[in-house]
Design a protein around this ligand. Structure first.
Ligand SMILES: [Ca+2]
Ligand SMILES: [Ca+2]
Ligand SMILES: [Ca+2]
Ligand SMILES: [Ca+2]
Length: 400
């Protein structure tokens, strides 16, 4: 490459490089959104400028939509605006009186505007450059492109509607319908922000019986404005305890002369969202007891003429919240006369046979069936000579 071509190449390279990196000067006004009858300020910017000394710019607008009330906050030493809202023109002039020229991104003016049209209307904010010149002698014009803006009248955001909730034992789910003109809903729980969302629900887990207040408001990003809050307070309700009465002995015998003690056990009962604080047993024969474990000896039986009627034993459990919730479950408990294993109202060979068939069975053996319970006349959880003795001692006794 000879010297001449070499320098031409360098010059071309510098020219291309300069074109790529130095953006042209632009005069722009931002898009603005405003509520009906609202006020807003939009900035006219002169960007990427060098040694700027004078600017004379027309802003034209639809005067049925927007009026201009003034212009201020210029980076220039001097600013003056002539506004005609009946024709929709604002002429704004500015210059540097004594200071050097402005460089970079220059704020020409903040333009204050009022919405005079109805919601949904908009107006182009049209810029026309009459004069844009450097501080120099002679004056040098600056070439610039224009970027117009839009003035839009929109309604403010509305709060969400139809706010409702459902609860489980450990959760609350709120659901709603988003209000109009909202870009998202701002979700707060007990006054603390949790999220901004476009979905129409919020789920969260809480401890049982928790009380939470949800506060929602809509947000419109064009107006940078929130709606009023809509609030709802929810308490997860108390859930019922579960009474579970159990006994190893559903077939019992009168125990006033020959021993037969029943043990009722409520310890499998539970409260799914708390604890059991009280156990009450109605033992069905006019007596009662309290506690998870209750022992009782029946001294009477119900003979209805043809057979025994069971005693109805009721367990009521109470949970730990105030107000508490009770839950009651009843179980039938058979009580026969001493020695009556098969429950036919007579003490005879059939009872002795049943004891014989179940001989040596024990409560924990795994072979403890309904018939074993019947044969265990003294409820000591084993079928042995002491049960046989009770039959012998009551031989031919009847329940009637
Ligand atoms: Ca409960
Ligand atoms: Ca019998
Ligand atoms: Ca028994
Ligand atoms: Ca026994």
């Amino acid at each position: 490459m000879n010297r001449k071509y070499k320098y031409s190449f360098i010059a071309l390279f510098i020219a291309l490089f300069t074109m790529q990196t130095v953006a042209s000067t632009t005069v722009s006004i931002e898009n603005v959104f405003v509520e009906p009858n609202g006020n807003v300020t939009a900035s006219i910017m002169i960007n990427n400028v060098t040694n700027l000394g004078v600017a004379d710019i027309y802003l034209t607008f639809n005067q049925t939509v927007v009026h201009v009330s003034g212009a201020n906050n210029s980076d220039f030493d001097f600013l003056h605006a002539v506004i005609n809202n009946s024709t929709g023109v604002a002429r704004i002039g500015a210059f540097q009186m004594s200071s050097p020229g402005l460089n970079g991104n220059v704020k020409f003016a903040d333009v204050m505007m009022n919405a005079v049209g109805p919601t949904g209307k908009e107006s182009v904010l049209n810029l026309t450059i009459t004069e844009l010149k450097e501080v120099s002698t002679p004056e040098t014009s600056i070439y610039a492109t224009v970027d117009n803006g839009t003035f839009v009248i929109i309604n403010p955001p509305e709060p969400p509607t139809t706010l409702s909730n459902t609860t489980g034992m450990f959760w609350i789910n709120w659901a709603w319908t988003g209000g109009s003109n909202s870009d998202f809903v701002d979700v707060n729980i007990n006054g603390a922000w949790v999220e901004n969302c476009t979905k129409q629900y919020y789920n969260s887990t809480y401890s049982p019986h928790a009380t939470r207040t949800i506060s929602l408001r809509g947000y419109n990003s064009s107006l940078n404005k929130y709606s009023a809050y809509v609030n709802q307070t929810t308490t997860i309700p108390n859930h019922d305890p579960v009474a579970i009465p159990e006994s190893a002995h559903y077939h019992n015998n009168v125990g006033s002369t020959y021993p037969c003690k029943v043990v009722f056990n409520a310890s499998a009962s539970y409260d799914p969202d708390g604890s059991i604080t009280n156990y009450y047993w109605d033992l069905g024969d006019g007596t009662s007891g309290t506690g998870a474990l209750v022992e009782h000896i029946y001294s009477s039986w119900n003979w209805n003429g043809t057979g025994y009627d069971p005693f109805i034993v009721s367990l009521t459990v109470t949970d730990d919240l105030n107000p508490s919730i009770d839950h009651t479950i009843s179980i039938p408990v058979n009580v026969y006369i001493a020695g009556d294993a098969n429950g036919d109202g007579e003490v005879d060979i059939f009872d002795a046979t049943m004891v014989g068939l179940e001989w040596d069975k024990a409560c924990e053996s795994g072979g403890w069936i309904d018939r074993s319970d019947r044969a265990d006349l003294n409820n000591d959880c084993v079928i042995d000579i002491f049960d046989a003795v009770i039959i012998g001692a009551n031989w031919e006794y009847t329940a009637y």
